[in-house]
Write a protein that binds this ligand. Structure first.
Ligand code: 8X3
Length: 259
């Protein structure tokens, strides 16, 4: 096989994954590394990144997407970027809007919406220079649905989706694809973070049902990225079979689970 085609060409491509230290981000990094990408693993937790990098041969870089200086320093050193997968983000709390905390809203807006915008802006020259760039963002069904207690998170995810759709218009005619991957319930550290480390509260979210795994979502991303360059998968909405809408979940609970 000549270096111009097939695996050898794919091996030269670089995928930057934010939020790579756990969950969907780590699973995506594993999937893209297995497909021959050079992976740049970006997140805040250095020990986790180094363990993953040792496992898949990626490059760990400590980055906080909520910090403009951190993102600028990261982008200046990354060298190349053909694909960026935005997995950084998360939810804090499940309080009604009337009791919501502005600081938590601010963090969710920073981590989900502005973080994606910041990293995309910083990497856009490299994505364009690649001649075949791809921006993939893991948003959420909360980007087009709302549910009680989810106002701050849904607002941030709606903003993230609006930014992505705008970018798609603005880059039309340029060699950059834009893909929005919107999952429903995925069992990662998402709920543990949302409930401030309360493991029981986090486990209750998935009680009696089978949620998606990070690997399930990573497989969607791997598929969209691996399609030919002229194919732009705009949106993927992926939920567990046990979930029809954000608040419509089929649970098979025994008495202990209900307690
Ligand atoms: C996670 C899905 O329904 O918990 O983004 O907001 S949900």
């Amino acid at each position: 096989m000549s270096p111009e085609n097939g695996e050898a060409a794919a091996a030269a491509r670089t995928a930057v994954i934010t939020g790579a230290s756990s969950g969907i981000g780590a699973a995506t990094a594993r999937a893209l590394a297995a497909d021959g990408f050079r992976t740049v693993l970006a997140a805040r937790r250095q020990d986790r990144l180094e363990a993953l990098a040792a496992e898949i041969g990626g490059e760990p870089v400590v980055v906080d997407v909520t910090d403009p200086d951190s993102v600028a320093a990261f982008a200046a050193g990354v060298g190349a970027c053909d694909v960026v997968v935005h997995c950084a983000g998360g939810a804090l709390g499940l309080e009604p809007l009337a009791e919501s905390d502005e600081e938590r809203w601010r963090w969710m807006y920073e981590a989900n919406a502005l973080g994606m915008v910041r990293v995309t802006k910083a990497l856009l020259p490299l994505l364009l220079a690649s001649g075949d760039g791809h921006v993939v963002a893991v948003t959420s069904i909360a980007g087009f649905e709302t549910y009680r207690g989810g106002s701050g998170y849904a607002a941030a995810k709606h903003a993230q989706r609006a930014a992505l759709q705008t970018l798609r218009l603005e880059l039309l005619g340029q060699p950059v694809r834009i893909t929005d991957v919107a999952p429903g319930m995925v069992e990662t550290e998402f709920s543990l973070v949302r409930f401030d480390g309360d493991r029981e509260a986090a486990e209750r979210v998935y009680a009696g049902m089978t949620p998606l795994t990070g690997e399930d979502v990573a497989e969607c991303i791997r598929w969209a990225v691996g399609l030919p360059s002229h194919v732009n998968v705009d949106e993927i909405v992926v939920r567990p079979r046990d979930q029809a809408r954000a608040t419509e979940v089929s649970r098979h609970l025994d008495e202990d689970d209900r307690a």
